[in-house]
Design a protein around this ligand. Sequence first.
Ligand code: NDP
Length: 496
Amino acid sequence: MTIQETVPTFESLNPANGEVVGTHPVHGEAAVRAAVERAREASQWWAALGFDGRAEILGQWKGVITRRIQQLAGLMHDETGKPHGDAALEAGLAIDHLGWAAKHAEKVLSRQRRPSGMLMANVAASVEYRPLGVIGVIGPWNYPVFTPMGSIAYALAAGNAVVFKPSEYTPGIGQWLAATFSEVCDKPVFQVVTGYGETGAALCKAGVDKLAFTGSTATGKRVMAACAETLTPVLIEAGGKDAMIVDEDADLDAAVDATVWGACSNAGQTCAGVERVYVHERVYDEFLDKLVSAAKDVTAVDAPGSLVGPITMPSQIDIIRKHIDDAIARGGRAVLGGPEAVGERFVQPTILVDVPEDSAAVQDETFGPTMTVTKVHDMAEAVRLTNGTRYALGSSVFSKKNGMAVAEQIRAGMTAVNSVLSFAGIPSLPFGGVGDSGFGRIHGPDGLKEFTYAKAIARQKFKAPMLLTSFGRTEKQDKQFLQILTMMHGRSKTLK
Ligand code: NDP
């Protein structure tokens, strides 16, 4: 009798109605390690293809995803509950990033000359950014295409192979991405492993050359601790508690529109979504009236055409409820929604005012279609309160005159002026946080370099008149060196 090993499986469910969307394997340590080993071999072939060869394949993949965007958006709708239109928008922005990464990798990463300085004038200095090898990517469920693709696309374009562990809530989307990639490349350059947190933990220990994690701050700390054991570098894209600042001269209608969308789209499950609003006292009442009447029209229901879907991860419902209850128990008021807005699967937009700054609804990530709105005396107070949480991911400012000045004072990875979340859709801009929002950057030149190591070369062009790196150095040369050094650095600048 032969004993057949059965691979355990798990189901992904539609959060709007609990129906099964798909069944996927739970990959254990051995399977994850095997995927990384396959990727390691493929990574050498991929790196040797060069920028043009890789850009060609990534361009074909981009075409496949674009032509099948409706199918992908349908799957995203089923696994996360997000409206079909939002899913297509998310996938479309990811495609744009993929195109940018493939097109710009050569310019950003290929060998560049650097000035060699007066002391080493006989040497030609240059640097190039080489692929690390195999990148492990662990992704969240809230933006299951856009977010992991911020790492996957840039890591691939930089010449790495990738093993991706999608969230247990969105495994089908991860599989879909890997399956479409395999249509344009028959080598295991981009693979997916599925399962629960343990599969992610196994990926951290499977010998990858870097781990790009996007998810909660708490899990990010566990990932970093696991990777520390093997000195595996990490990129951590964690949570946020982003603020919207509205100045007295702001276009209030535009600010209201951006706030409602920034706080409620994707049912508020956006790492860089609006969770706090600080409004200048001169326009506070007018802004709040407009905000309530605009948000009233946004309802979360399980119906075609609904603007807002369900809460994807069932356990988040309790956190949203706790934040609202705590805010009200501590003297806050719900001017829209409130405790009764929290249903079994859906949460209706909720606007809280008079909420103390040290409460959970202001300090911790709520991840629901809720927001606190707070009156401030001036922009200095708005900036101080905005900078008052341990998170620092994105932010927005609405102001006609002082947008840039306010933006520059905010401690956050990104700020949108007179718009919301626009930075995420600009492929040339880096995306990432500070503090508990993590570190490292995806997107743009920084995002390409994140998946490389810098390789410096110093090539002697001609023999130096004064050889510094030799035991044959004479006393006279030592003196000359100190004279040159004094000329270069010895004069202290007088302070005015
Ligand atoms: P989690 O931290 O719960 O999970 C993230 C990923 O880590 C999932 O794939 C999860 O797998 C996996 N994981 C869980 N435990 C471990 C472990 N011990 N070792 C390795 N991997 C593990 O986050 P969510 O999925 O709930 O995502 C929401 C969070 O992501 C929010 O805080 C949000 O702000 C943040 N986020 C940040 C973004 C950014 O760019 N800064 C963008 C998007 C989201 P499994 O699901 O199977 O448990």
